[in-house]
Design a protein around this ligand. Structure first.
Ligand code: FAD
Length: 321
């Protein structure tokens, strides 16, 4: 019996969402009186793997196969199911990010396991196994009871603060029987967005809307983001009109972000935008219209012209450093 956590990596670096999943899994293991094992697929240095011990993994299973550097749902499902069998895992944990969303439901289907996505609480085991999840774009919560022998949980990113220790995990090689024929989809090229903080992993996000008037003014957003070490995002019309790339679009039809701080500049706060950002811990809104709906969702609001307010804010932050 154990808890198995899929620890997602990119370019050999374990993702923050994976540390969160491992920490969550270690707490579940503690609740169940067992240990947590992390599973890492693809090339990663030993120090990266050992560091999963900082978040409570007692053991790391590593499949050091470069074909697994890109996520492929079918083969990942097969490997994770094999690891579940080897470890006699009762609970399987994922991060609720792109990769988790691609793989966790398949694993649950393969194992005939009950599945909760977007978990925001540890399981309540006082009467069964009940996990709280976020529903209706974060507007409500549902308590879901899982009654199957194996349980699959995908943990909502940026929900649990990381509490690293100095502990290191024992690393073991895992060698599932996979062949080229198991890879149903092959990634032929990868476009990387360099020099930026990945949006879904970012602690701080600075986001711009149509109030910025045009792409030529995006320096305002970028300067503020740079001063804070933040990622940049935008509203949908900004991406639709080509001012910004679509991978920055947040909201109902874009990415969901849950940073510690979300700064919205010149964004009205339509419900479809809020759906992707209302899980943020602190929301700051800068808008010249005091009636803008976003102010209702804001923790702090600045009523003013972005072209005056933002440069002053950036200068003040730079001065503080
Ligand atoms: P606007 O609504 O035009 O707002 C601009 C804001 O800037 C205004 O509040 C204005 O007061 C302010 N402003 C103007 N000038 C200044 C200035 N100088 N200084 C400060 N403030 C200024 N939208 C998303 O963002 N994400 C989604 O995923 C998404 N999905 C959608 C799905 C569907 C099915 C539909 C129908 C819509 C969706 N939308 C989405 C669109 C959404 O409804 C809004 O139209 C959109 O969010 C508005 O973008 P905006 O706030 O940038 O622009």
């Amino acid at each position: 019996m154990s808890v198995l956590i899929f620890a997602d990596q990119a370019h050999g670096k374990i993702k923050k969402v994976a540390f969160e999943a491992v920490q969550y899994g270690a707490k579940v293991a503690q609740q169940l009186g067992t240990t947590a094992t992390a599973l890492v697929l693809g090339t990663a240095a030993n120090e990266e793997l050992e560091a999963l011990g900082n978040y409570g993994a007692a053991k790391v299973l590593h499949v050091a196969d470069a074909r697994l550097n890109e996520v492929e749902g079918t083969v990942f499902t097969k490997i994770i199911a094999d690891a579940v069998a080897q470890e006699a895992a009762q609970v399987v944990i994922f991060g609720h990010n792109f990769d988790g969303k691609a793989v966790a439901p398949r694993v649950a289907a393969r194992l005939k396991a009950g599945f909760v996505s977007g978990a925001v609480s540890l399981p309540d085991t006082s009467n069964g196994f009940v996990v709280k999840k976020s529903v209706f774009s974060g507007k409500a919560f549902a308590n879901v009871s899982i009654n199957t022998a194996v349980k699959v949980i995908a943990v909502m990113p940026n929900t649990f603060a990381l509490e690293p220790t100095a502990a290191k995990a024992a690393v073991a090689t895992f060698s599932p029987a996979i062949s080229d024929a198991d890879f149903k989809v092959k990634v032929s090229s990868v476009e990387t967005v360099s020099g930026e903080v990945p949006l879904t992993e970012a602690d701080i996000v600075v986001s711009g809307g149509r109030g910025l008037k045009g792409p030529e003014n995006w320096g305002l957003v970028e300067d503020l983001a740079k001063s804070l070490g933040a990622a940049t995002a935008c509203s949908r019309p900004v991406a639709d009109t080509g001012w910004r790339p679509h991978h920055e679009h947040v909201g109902q039809t874009g990415l969901t972000v849950r940073p510690n701080l979300y700064i919205a500049i010149g964004i009205s706060g339509a419900i479809q935008h809020l759906a992707g950002v209302n899980g943020s811990k602190v929301i700051v809104v800068i808008n010249k219209d005091p009636e803008a709906p976003f102010f209702k969702a804001a923790d702090y609001g600045i009523v003013g012209d972005a072209f005056e307010v933002v440069p002053k804010l950036t200068a003040a932050i730079k001065q503080m450093k």
